[in-house]
Structures are given as structure tokens and as C-alpha cells.
Design a binder for this molecule. Sequence first.
Ligand SMILES: [Fe+2]
Length: 266
Amino acid sequence: MAVAVKKRNVFQISIFFGILTYSNGDAYPYQCIREIKEEYTLPTLPYGYGDLEPYIDEATVKVHHTGHHAAYTKKMNVALQQWRNDPVEGVTIKNTNHLAEKSILDILKEIEEVPQKYRKALTNNGGGFVNHNIYWSVMSPNPENKERLPREPLLSDINKNFGNFSQFVDIFTKDALALFGSGYVWLSRNPLDGNKLLVSTTANQDSPISQRFQPILVLDVWEHAYYLKYQNRRPDHISEWWKIVDWNVVEKLDNWWKDIPQHDEL
Ligand SMILES: [Fe+2]
């Protein structure tokens, strides 16, 4: 039922904007960022609020999703609606290639082209929506604390770029510890540099997508992601978080980007 509603919404948007889009019906939150929507919805998590225990506690996941992520989603939708309906900057002039008509993924890619009056709202809330969609996707329950490692060919790529998997974890962890204030640590591919992997950080809700990177793994190091359980012990949160990274999804996300043209025009 949920999928049918989703497809109907996408179809309505396709008429509204006069262009075709699609919905592939998959279950991971990151997938909807490519869809062109009149209004984005807070994605359902692919696990229950308590399922990431004991690494991330139920109360934190719940407030993070229903409080923080929901607020970014709502404010992003407001900004998109205001921009699209703006008599000067909006899409009412039937410009079929107007940036406001595109997906939030494409808008973040072209964030410097967003009119000044909407850029901050979409950087913060569009970024907040997209960054969290990726964050929720790359984790999954691991109640038996089984060891998790990336498979080939991603593992070889990590080894090639960072020396070995352990060194990659060290680099990523050090960046997460050193990040001052609120932000994220990412593993991304850089299509402008031979699709090499790189670790980078972003402040606030800035997204590496705006740097044209293709993120495949992310750790949210805002205090709202861990403070209820870990308080000021960010190092403990980070070491526990590695246990719930789902490398199968990271691999899916890596492949997902390969299907997306640099300019996502349909
Ligand atoms: Fe967050």
C-alpha cells in the first residue's frame, strides 16, 4: 500500500513538472533523495528504534528520527515550496530545466545555484534530510556483535586508498574525534578524481554531495546522535558505531551511485 501511494505521488509530480521520474520501490532511505517530489516524506527506518541496541539506544534513535530528522524534512519541504512558488525565482514560468524542479540530490549538487534567499534553508534542511537518509541506511542491527567487514571489490578499493582496512578505520575514527562541533564524517567516492575513495568531514548539515562527492558511508557526530547514552564520551560512541555499520548496504550505495549520471537529467 505504501509503495502504491509513493508511486502515485511521483506520477503526480511528473505531470506537475512535465518531466518523467521514477520510483524503484526499494527499502533504503537514501534511495528517495533522487526522486523528484512535490513533498518529501520522513523515510521509515529499515529497523526498529530499539534494534540498534546496545550500540545506540532506543531513545536516541527515536528522537533522532522523529524529532531531528523529521524537523529537517518539514523545513526542507517548506523551503522547496516557497522557492517553487516564488513569482520571481520559482518555476511558474514553465522553465522545464529549472533547478527547483529537480530532486533534492540535484539541488544539493548545485547548491551554489540556488537563489540566495533559499540557499541557507536548503543547505541546512535539505542537507539535514539527505545526510540522515544516508546515515540511517548504512547501519543495521548486530545483536550478536558479529564481526563485519566489507567484501570485494570494495575491500580492495579501501586497501588501495588507505593501506588496509584497519588504517581506514583509524583515519575515519581520528577525523570523527577531531571534528569540532557538529558535523559528519564520510567515506565517499570522488568522480572528479578517478572515483577514488576519500574520507572527509562536513560541518553542520553541509553535504559532501555539494562538493560533487558520492558518499557511501557516514557517521553523524552531532551530539544528538549519542548524548543520551554516551554524554561527552564521543570516542566510546564511535568505537561502538563501527559494530553496526552494514557493509552490504555500503556496497549497494556504492553501486547505486554508479547508475546516476553526473547530471541527473531524465
Ligand atoms: Fe543527526
